[in-house]
Design a protein around this ligand. Structure first.
Ligand SMILES: [Zn+2]
Length: 206
């Protein structure tokens, strides 16, 4: 389960190896899996359609927004503060970059603690990232917005500007602050605004 209140995925056989054997010659078998899940499962990408009816959906986001993005890592230890502000991004070159915020909160993944008092960006920080031309913003937290109220200004600000969001990242602590590329590619679904990604960085010269 990724998000409290949303169901956990169901991953099972549609066709098991055992049941497949009757279709093939001796020694040949396959498995076909069946997955039932909400789109907000695991580490996922949000595109504008998640927030805006007329925003770009997964099928409309081009690969140049998702693949081999020049990355910059910003470390903000959640034990010091959970509100990530403009000050944490000041004097950094953010233009056209994947800006990844490493809070360390992923240590609580798969525990009840993960869902409450998690680190988030402030509205002003989101506006700053938009003004500085960030291409994508990722965080190793439950939600990039403060979920204590009913507004979600970071989603609103970033997705309106077509800046993609990746949430529930993990292992960001193993990245350097610069000198890496970041990729996070979902499948090309129409009418879907969020989907799990295999998010990864490549460190060093390409
Ligand atoms: Zn989100």
């Amino acid at each position: 389960m990724t998000y409290k209140g949303l169901p956990a995925p169901i991953v099972c056989d549609y066709l098991s190896r055992e049941d497949s054997r009757k279709f093939y010659e001796e020694g040949t078998e396959f498995q076909i899996a069946k997955i039932e899940m909400v789109a907000n499962t695991g580490t996922y990408l949000d595109c504008p359609f998640h927030r805006f009816e007329n925003g770009k959906d997964l099928s409309e986001v081009l690969l140049d927004r998702l693949v081999d993005l020049e990355g910059i890592l910003v470390r903000v230890d959640y034990r010091k503060t959970t509100a990530i502000t403009i000050d944490h991004f000041k004097n950094k070159d953010l233009r056209n970059k994947a800006v990844l915020v490493n809070t360390g909160w992923d240590i609580h993944w798969n525990t009840d603690h993960y869902y409450t008092h998690h680190p988030f960006l402030t509205k002003e920080a989101a506006e700053y990232l938009k003004d500085k031309g960030a291409k994508l913003v990722g965080i190793d937290s439950h939600n990039i917005d403060d979920t204590s109220g009913k507004s979600r200004p970071v989603h609103t600000t970033l997705l309106r500007a077509e800046i993609l969001i990746v949430e529930h990242l993990c292992n960001l602590s193993s990245l350097p602050e610069e000198g890496f590329t970041f990729s996070a590619v979902p499948p090309k679904f129409k009418g879907v605004g969020t989907f799990p990604v295999r998010a990864f960085a490549v460190i060093g010269d390409q």
